[in-house]
Design a protein around this ligand. Structure first.
Ligand SMILES: C[S@@+](CC[C@H](N)C(=O)[O-])C[C@H]1O[C@@H](n2cnc3c(N)ncnc32)[C@H](O)[C@@H]1O
Length: 246
C-alpha cells in the first residue's frame, strides 16, 4: 500500500465521491456523539458533514489531508497517521471507517493491528461503524479467466482543476487472496497532457470474515447489515454496513 506512488489528490477526489446514502448514514450513526475519529478520512468528504463537537481524522495521504484541511479549516483535527499504528492517547464516542477503507488493509495482520487500535481508542459504550462494497456474489462466482484482466474499461468523465478527463479502469483480481488492485488512468480531453494514473490496492472481506475479526478484537454486539438502510444482509447485496460496540 505504501510503496506505490500516491494517487494525486485532486484526481482521487474527483472520481471517488462516495456511495449513495453514505453521508446521511454516518450523520445518523454519529448523532449524539461528542467526539468522532475517522480512519482514512481522505479529503474530508464524510468528516466535513458530521455534526459532532470534536472531529478528528487520520490518513496516510498528505495531499488528501491538505484537501481536507482546505475544506474544513481549524474545525477538525487532522493527523498524518497510519490506521494500523495510530496512537492519539485518548478515546472517541465513534470511530468510523467509511467507503471500503477497511479493504485498504491488505492482510489479516494489518486488519488485526487496526482493530487493536480501534478498541484502544473507543470510549466505554462507544461504537465502531464501517461500510464497504459487498463481495459475496462475485467472489462465489469467480472463474479462472476472470483473474488478471488487463482490459481498460471506460468509467467516467471527471473535471480536475478545470479540465475534463476520461477515466479508464483496469483491475487485477486474485480471488484466492481476495485482492483487487485497480489502476485508474485519467486522459485529458481538452489538450495534450501525459495520462495520470492512480492505483488503489484492496483486499476485500466476506461478511463472516469481517464479523469474526470484529469479535476476535473484543468488540461487542457486532451487527452487519445489507445496506445503509440497515436491511438484513444478502448474498447479492452491493454493500454492507457494520456496527460494533467497545
Ligand atoms: C477508500 S478511501 C476513503 C476516503 C474517505 N473515508 C471517504 O469516505 O471518502 C480510503 C482512505 O484510506 C487511506 N488509507 C489507506 N491506507 C491507510 C492506512 N494504513 N492508514 C491511514 N489511511 C490509510 C487512503 O489514503 C484513503 O484516503
Amino acid at each position: 500500500m505504501t510503496t506505490l506512488p500516491p494517487y494525486p489528490a485532486s484526481f482521487y477526489a474527483a472520481l471517488h465521491t462516495g456511495t449513495e446514502g453514505d453521508l446521511a448514514f454516518y450523520r445518523r450513526a454519529c448523532a449524539g456523539a461528542s467526539s468522532v475519529l475517522e480512519l482514512g478520512c481522505g479529503d474530508g468528504r464524510v468528516l466535513g458533514i458530521l455534526d459532532v463537537p470534536e472531529r478528528h481524522g487520520l490518513d496516510l495521504h498528505e495531499g488528501l489531508l491538505d484537501t481536507a484541511r482546505a475544506r474544513m479549516g481549524d474545525d477538525v483535527h487532522l493527523h498524518p497517521m497510519d490506521m494500523r499504528t495510530f496512537d492519539l492517547g485518548r478515546t472517541f464516542d465513534r470511530i468510523i471507517l467509511p467507503f471500503s477503507g477497511v479493504y485498504c488493509l491488505l492482510c489479516d495482520d494489518d486488519l488485526r493491528a487496526c482493530l487493536r487500535q480501534v478498541c484502544a481508542h473507543l470510549s466505554p459504550g462507544g461504537a465502531f461503524v464501517l461500510d464497504a462494497y459487498g463481495a459475496e456474489a462475485f467472489h462465489a462466482d469467480a472463474e479462472p479467466e476472470d483473474v488478471g484482466d488487463e482490459d481498460w474499461n471506460e468509467l467516467a468523465v471527471v473535471e480536475v482543476d478545470g479540465h475534463p478527463y476520461t477515466v479508464f479502469e483496469r483491475s487485477v483480481w486474485d480471488p484466492d487472496a481476495q485482492r483487487i488492485d485497480v489502476t485508474y488512468r485519467h486522459v485529458r480531453l481538452d489538450g495534450p497532457a501525459a495520462a495520470v494514473d492512480g492505483v488503489i490496492e484492496q483486499r476485500y472481506l466476506l461478511r463472516h470474515q469481517l464479523r469474526a475479526h470484529l469479535l476476535e478484537a473484543g468488540l461487542r454486539e457486532v451487527e452487519v447489515f445489507g445496506g445503509f438502510d440497515e436491511r438484513p444482509p444478502s448474498r447479492d447485496a452491493e454493500h454492507w454496513v457494520a456496527r460494533a460496540w467497545g
